[in-house]
Design a protein around this ligand. Structure first.
Ligand code: 26V
Length: 836
């Protein structure tokens, strides 16, 4: 369909000849006419097309630019005000930002939705068609990246000065497709059609150095070190607006893109080797080329370290350059806190030391005192294999001066440890930032802990385990350094935007204040007892399922059946998250029906929805994806099931799909082995959208259950201490297999080749992994999970009681707003009050 189909030029001659297009633009597009005028200007002058010849992308771009123009005045003003206030701000250093689509969020933040919709109507354009054009920037893997996006949204809404710093990956998280049920990764070229939301500033590029050697020199009687690097890259900043919700505030997200420096390629070019010059250009620009799609197993890849240093050095340099020329670096802690989002930006610690000591010529002790006040570290994992280490070899080659600085930090730290604990060599070895085995390497989490003013975990249980199990010596050494900030999610994107039906219902009941004060949802508790409200709530859920149905039909050609409970498990595919446990439940239900032990008509109809990407090199995770798809095609096509069980696995789960899926869910699956999921944030989004949780006592599930109450949460499985006790006793998964008939039948069915066309080899590795090397204790928690799922079925049979519980989940989860998380960080760690 072309624009003319919508808009005959005769009816809406909205090219450059339209009367509105010629009228002067006097102010922001805060009226329908003003919006139309600005839209047409953008279409004509920025895109260079009349409406009649515009493509959907032209119209989307012009529309987005119009929203952007509206934000621009505020952005410039707010940045100026923040500079003038000279207030302390937060530099959030994160290798990932999983932003999701920007258009709707920016419309919401500016209050422009109605005007913009009306304006597009007068142009004969369906605003939904524009929305559909936007490719989400998938610059993150999962929870950690999405959390960063929620946090910067909340900081803008709270009016706290903040710059988010990160990398403008040319390719974000891969696009997932399935071929014969197996994951295939496609490059995500999110910038192919251009992004209207970014502002490149090549003139503000910073030079980032690598390699070379260090040397000492005599500086008027003082011996100093300097770094003589071997090669440089340019870091070009791209700014993105981060608008607060209806408060006129706009912070900045600054993502760095790598560009070859002139000096770099010219040198080679002059030597006559043109090809080599081009090659080295590509080499330099590789740094921001692609997001590493691993989210738990660091590979120690050189390019990844390059990425980390690249964005952190650019960001720290950028902040320092923004200070007045006469600024005394001794006062840095009054102006900035660098928040380290996991260990990825920890190389910033020796970088700030290098700048202060080598460039600003500060005494080591003074520089270290400042550095220790300027950084704070958030740990996002408990898996030992996810704790980053860099080999000394690699670090020394790429960043020789930083390695020296790390050695000195470690030497002085270990002196202090000896002073306190004596020559306890075991303890020294355990606490050393440099580990000697298996290879000599730098433990980035230790470096962050030593350097950081504060260290926090992301949920109560996680922070406790961090103190007691992961970093116990450090906790003893630095009493008061460890703290907790439980994660949160932004209510703007994950309720207000993604669940318009529920939002209207809530606002009608308690007014609009909840969007920025989520604890106000408490006021809904009394409404849980109101039959009319319950009916309305149930209708919203049903409508959300239809909305999801529309999306899945359009994108994947699948249907959601009426009357089904929607049981959803969406998150990265990882063994510790236990998608296999969910699958064993499905196979158990299916086996019950096909064996004739259970009548299909007695089964509560359920649709199981999975969404999960596996790291491309994670073989077991990919096998599990294959098995989910295989079980899905058998179960969905077996007439004996009578359509009562259905498995859906829409490929390429991302933020955009999450926004449709979560509001439609009845049941949220949060079933990790206790002690493994640091927090989870999907769990919060589901509860806030009125899904009930079936979950283990893990991560933030613990706090969700405490808040919603045992009656409104399906708890199962071992607690973390029970897990530890079972390991201590000696865990033999095969014993659980032997002891539980249901489990045995489900496993045997998979092993029999029933889901692989009779081929027993395809899924054999999964079965034997569970039987003999079940690291995440799937079999140990199986029976308790199945028993709890029976309670879920029984509870769902009473729809009205279920709805009541769902309302109570919404009412009691206001705590999980990222606004609250940000207030906690501000109070416990950052001490950065809002700038009024
Ligand atoms: C680790 C690594 C290791 C090196 C390779 C690349 C890479 C990329 C990301 C990560 C971070 C993994 C940690 C992570 O995502 N943790 C999740 O953080 C969420 C927000 O705090 C939390 O809700 C999840 O429970 C936790 O798994």
């Amino acid at each position: 369909m072309t624009a003319t189909d919508h808009t005959p030029e005769s009816a809406h001659p909205l090219g450059a000849t339209h009367p509105l297009a010629l009228a002067p633009v006097t102010g922001p597009a805060s009226s329908v006419d003003g919006f139309v005028r600005q839209f047409l200007r953008n279409l004509n002058y920025e895109r260079g097309v009349p409406l009649s010849a515009s493509t959907p992308n032209d119209r989307y771009m012009a529309f987005a630019m119009t929203v952007r123009d509206y934000l621009m005045a505020r952005w410039l003003e707010d940045q100026k005000r923040q500079r003038e206030a000279q207030a302390k701000g937060v530099a959030y250093l994160s290798a990932e930002y999983l932003l999701g689509r920007q258009l709707d969020n920016n419309l919401l933040a500016t209050g422009l939705s109605e005007i913009a919709t009306a304006a597009m109507e007068t142009c004969g354009i369906d605003i939904d068609d524009l929305r559909a054009q936007e490719v989400e920037p998938g610059l993150g893997n999962g929870g950690l990246g999405r959390l960063a996006a929620c946090f910067i949204d909340s900081l803008a809404t709270l009016g706290v000065p903040n710059t988010g710093y990160g990398i403008r990956y040319e390719y974000g998280i891969f696009r997932q497709t399935f071929e014969d049920g197996q994951q295939v990764e496609q490059p995500d070229s999110w910038l192919r059609l251009g992004s209207p939301w970014e502002f490149p500033h090549p003139e503000a590029a910073r030079t980032i150095s690598f390699g070379g050697h260090t040397e000492t020199y005599d500086d008027e009687g003082t011996e100093r070190s300097r770094w003589v690097p071997a090669w440089n890259v340019l870091a070009v900043p791209y700014n993105y607006m981060v608008p607060g919700y209806l408060n006129g505030r706009v912070n900045t997200l600054r993502l760095w893109s790598a560009k070859a420096t002139n000096s770099f390629d010219l040198r080679v070019f002059n030597s006559g080797d043109y090809e080599e010059a081009v090659r080295s250009q590509t080499f330099a620009e590789n740094i921001s080329k692609v997001l590493y799609p691993e989210d738990s197993t660091p590979q120690g890849k050189e390019l990844r370290l390059q990425q980390q240093y690249f964005f952190v050095a650019a960001s720290i340099g950028d902040f320092l350059a923004s200070l007045p020329a006469d600024f005394d670096p001794a006062n840095l802690p009054d102006r900035i806190i660098f928040q380290l989002n996991d260990t990825h930006p920890v190389i910033g610690v020796p970088e700030l030391m290098r700048v202060l000591v080598d460039e600003k010529k500060m005494a080591w002790e003074d520089a270290w005192g400042i550095t220790q006040k300027c950084f704070a570290y958030t740990c996002h994992t408990l898996l030992p294999e996810a704790l980053e280490v860099w080999s000394v070899d690699l670090l020394g080659r790429l960043l020789p001066r930083h390695l020296e600085i790390i050695y000195r930090i470690n030497d002085e730290f270990l002196v202090e440890v000896r002073e306190r604990f004596g020559d306890d060599e075991m303890r020294i070895r355990n606490m050393s930032i440099i580990s000697e085995f298996p290879d000599r390497s730098v433990r980035m989490a230790f470096l962050a802990t030593v350097a950081g003013a504060k260290v926090n975990g992301v949920a109560e249980l996680h922070s406790q385990l961090l103190r007691e199990k992961v970093l116990p010596d450090f906790n003893e050494f630095y009493p008061g350094k460890f703290t907790n900030v439980t994660n949160g999610v932004t209510p703007r994107r994950f309720v207000r935007l993604s669940n318009p039906g529920l939002s209207t219902l809530i606002t009608e009941a308690i007014g609009p204040g909840w969007v920025t004060d989520l604890e106000r949802l408490r006021e809904l508790e009394t409404y849980a007892e109101d039959t009319q409200f319950r009916d309305a709530f149930a209708q919203v859920k049903a409508a959300n399922k239809r909305r999801l149905g529309d999306v899945l039909r359009a994108r994947d050609g699948v249907e959601i059946s009426d009357g089904h409970m929607l049981d959803v498990m969406v998150k990265r595919l990882h063994e510790y998250k236990r998608q296999m446990l969910k699958l064993l439940h499905i196979v158990t239900e299916y086996e019950g029906i096909v064996s004739g032990r259970v009548a299909a008509s007695d089964v509560q109809p359920r649709t199981f929805v999975f969404g999960a990407k596996a790291a491309p090199g994670y073989v077991m995770a990919k096998r599990i994806i294959h098995l989910i798809n295989a079980v899905g095609s058998v179960v969905n096509d077996d007439p004996r099931v009578e359509g009562r069980l259905k498995v859906l696995f829409p490929p390429n789960y991302n933020v955009t799909l999450a926004e449709r899926l979560i509001p439609a869910a009845d049941l949220s699956e949060q079933i990790s082995l206790a002690g493994k999921e640091a927090s989870g944030t999907g769990n919060m989004k589901f509860a806030l959208n009125g899904a009930l949780t079936i979950g283990t006592d893990d991560g933030a599930n613990v706090e969700i259950r405490e808040l919603v109450g045992d009656d409104n949460f399906f708890l199962f499985g071992m607690s973390e201490p029970e897990v530890e006790a079972l390991w201590a006793r000696g865990y033999k998964p095969a014993e659980f297999y032997q002891a539980d008939d249901g489990l045995r039948r489900a496993m045997d069915l998979i092993a029999s080749g029933a889901f692989s066309g009779g081929d027993k080899t395809v899924f054999e590795p999964i079965v034997s992994n569970l039987l003999y090397d079940d690291r995440f204790m799937v079999l140990a928690d199986y029976s308790s999970y199945i028993a709890e799922q029976a309670k879920v079925d029984a509870a769902y049979a009473d729809q009205d009681a279920w709805t009541r519980s769902a309302i109570l989940n919404v009412a009691r989860c206001g705590f999980f707003s990222s606004d609250r998380s940000m207030r906690d960080y501000i109070e416990r760690i950052w001490h950065t009050p809002p700038v009024i």
